[in-house]
Design a protein around this ligand. Structure first.
Ligand code: NAD
Ligand code: MG
Ligand code: MG
Ligand code: MG
Ligand code: MG
Length: 340
């Protein structure tokens, strides 16, 4: 059984006694910075010169500095820049300014696991990774709840890295739900696998194939959109609440029987073999290498794939339909429909 931590297991005063620099003010960065601030922690946000996020952070009343300035004054440096730029920011702006004995906190283990960042032995290296998008991490905290976090210590130079990690996790509200003990290796490999095989890659491809199958058979795109995309949220809500069993209980017997007989025809054992191949490429570093090499070349593959995804016929159908739903409100102020 995994080891779980709750608010009572952590001492908030530890993180409250530190100066914290949060590097990056994106999805996770804004949530960590604001939740820590509201937990009584001294936070400075470190951003590039001319960053578009500067005004947003300042409007929230947060102190904003350059990365170098924020790091120089900090006991705890939280690295929440995009994974593909972290090693460059670390090498050029963080490492040269890091106080002796300062702790480093990551929100995902990518750069440590694949060796892109190797902190000196004197630094505690921790991970507090919310298991949810940053905007939910902030919204749940503001509502008095929290998104579960997974917590790991890669390097315990001070001997008290776990106490700091749990205090930090409490500060962002994660232990209101639960903290789960893990390692950088387990978090990195399972996170990449989950998003590639199931949550993002698997689900996106499943929706697109479902939409193509119906529209190519002559059904109306708007009806196909409802059946294979819109209703997915309602099904996932049931799975989230009570597992696959609750979902099967709630749907009609017709749908439940169809699940049993047709699910395994669509998702065959071959799909599991494909998943194992994806996992192997994560474990052996091939995925990380491909991602970083493409990013270093200016992201030609990433940019082309993003454009191709946005051109899939289900996207304009959804954009037009969603405008007609009075109840769908954007929950993320950074995201503008049609501009991603
Ligand atoms: P993001 O792209 O939303 O935001 C990145 C931020 O870093 C932006 O404010 C950007 O301006 C800033 N930035 C970019 N380049 C910079 C530089 N050179 N110097 C300083 N700041 C720079 O990133 P994100 O999705 O929040 O991801 C941050 C980390 O959190 C990653 O390690 C990611 O894997 C992890 N994570 C993200 C989520 C999520 O909800 N998005 C969930 C769990 C873990
Ligand atoms: Mg994840
Ligand atoms: Mg991830
Ligand atoms: Mg239906
Ligand atoms: Mg039923």
């Amino acid at each position: 059984m995994a080891e779980l931590f709750y608010d009572d297991d952590a001492d908030l005063s530890i993180i409250q006694s530190k100066k914290v620099a949060v590097i990056g003010y994106g999805s996770q960065g804004h949530a960590h910075a604001l939740n820590l601030r509201d937990s009584g922690v001294d936070v400075t946000v470190g951003l590039r010169e001319g960053s578009a996020s500067r005004e947003k952070a300042e409007n929230e009343g947060l102190a904003v500095a350059t990365v170098a300035q924020a790091v120089a004054g900090a006991d705890v440096v939280v690295i929440l820049a995009p994974d593909q730029v972290q090693r460059i920011v670390y090498r050029e702006e963080i490492e040269p300014n890091l106080k002796p004995g300062a702790a480093l906190v990551f929100g995902h283990g990518f750069n440590i696991r694949f060796g892109y960042i190797t902190p000196a032995a004197e630094h505690d290296v921790l991970m507090v990774a919310p298991k949810g998008p940053g905007h939910l991490v902030r919204r749940e905290f503001a509502d008095g709840r929290g998104v579960p976090v997974i917590v790991a210590v890669e390097q315990d130079a001070s001997g008290s890295a776990w106490d700091l990690a749990l205090s930090y996790a409490k500060g962002i509200g994660g232990l209101r739900a639960a903290g789960i003990k893990t390692t950088f290796t387990e978090e990195t490999e399972t996170d990449l696998f989950g998003e590639q095989a199931v949550l993002c890659g698997g689900v996106s491809q499943l929706i697109q194939y479902g939409f193509e199958t119906l529209t190519e058979a002559g059904y109306q795109p708007e009806v196909a959109y409802f059946e294979v995309l819109h209703e997915l949220k309602l099904i996932v809500d049931l799975i989230f609440e009570g597992g696959i069993t609750k979902q099967r209980w709630s749907v009609s017997d017709t749908a439940e029987y169809g699940d049993y007989v047709s699910g395994p025809r669509v998702i065959t054992p071959q799909v599991k073999e494909n998943m194992q191949a994806v996992l192997a490429d994560i474990q052996n570093g091939a995925f990380a290498k491909r991602f970083i090499e493409d990013q270093d070349a200016g992201a030609p593959e990433f940019t082309a794939l993003r454009a191709k995804g946005q051109d899939h016929p289900i996207e304009p159908v959804g954009r037009d339909l969603r405008k007609l739903f009075a109840w769908v409100k954007p929950s993320d102020s950074d995201y503008v429909e049609g501009s991603a």
